[in-house]
Design a protein around this ligand. Structure first.
Ligand code: FES
Ligand code: FES
Length: 219
């Protein structure tokens, strides 16, 4: 084979023993302690046995637990494609050693919906025109995280929340519109629920009307 030109990127190939790049070689495992632990992912305990202690949460989710929703875009915390929540906090799974997440509640994009149906955020994002869609799982995690702490973000707040998610082929207009759609739908649903509770004699309707002070005097 011709040697690669200076600066050229060599095609990926496994190590001679089949070990993927970035993983300890089979012969050096004694230098890289293996551990077993349990990750709680989307409400389910998932045992991980005999894992190299340095494996990232992203690697373990994808390669050991079969949860491929979080994407491996850069493996260095810059693209947001691997975003997950750990104990309610949005993190780049590629930067978190998986063993340190044992005992935490991990939520991935697979856990955003309920009863097999996608969440409202996922539906809204799926309705936007996209090209490759590689960034969308990470964006869905970010939008959920945003709306959990801010029920009605401004466009600027949404843009700021998305600043860690790189989309290199479609752009962000559709995502911003999707967030607006979700916010409006949730507000409309809440208003409908309040109106129905009022009509059905809910707690709000039982609060007696308090008369105001008479004209020209106080009660
Ligand atoms: S793969 Fe983790 S931030 Fe890019
Ligand atoms: S749609 Fe391709 S990276 Fe966002």
């Amino acid at each position: 084979m011709e040697p690669a030109a200076a600066g050229a990127v060599e095609p990926w190939s496994p190590e001679p023993d089949g070990t993927p790049p970035g993983q300890p070689e089979a012969g050096s495992r004694s230098d890289h302690p293996e551990v077993s632990y349990v990750l709680r992912v989307n409400g389910v305990d998932r045992p991980v046995a005999g894992a190299w202690i340095g494996e990232s949460l992203l690697y373990v989710l994808r390669e050991r637990l079969g949860l491929a929703g979080a994407k491996d875009g850069c493996a260095q915390g810059e693209c947001g494609a691997c975003s997950v929540q750990v104990d309610g906090r949005l993190v780049a799974a590629c930067l978190v050693p998986a063993a340190t997440a044992a005992g935490s509640e991990i939520r991935t994009v697979e856990g955003l919906g309920a009863d097999g149906a996608p969440s409202d955020v996922q539906r809204a994002l799926a309705a936007t025109p996209v090209q490759c869609g590689f960034c969308l799982p990470g964006i869905a995690m970010t939008v959920h995280d945003l709306l959990e702490g801010n029920h009605a973000p401004t466009e600027l707040e949404t843009r700021q929340a998305l600043c860690g998610n790189l989309c290199r082929c479609t752009g962000y207009r559709g995502v911003l519109d999707a967030v607006r759609t979700v916010v409006d739908e949730r507000a409309a649903a809440a208003a409908r629920a309040a109106a129905e509770a009022e009509r059905d004699g809910g707690p709000g309707s039982r609060i007696p009307h308090q008369a105001g002070p008479p004209a020209g005097g106080t009660l």
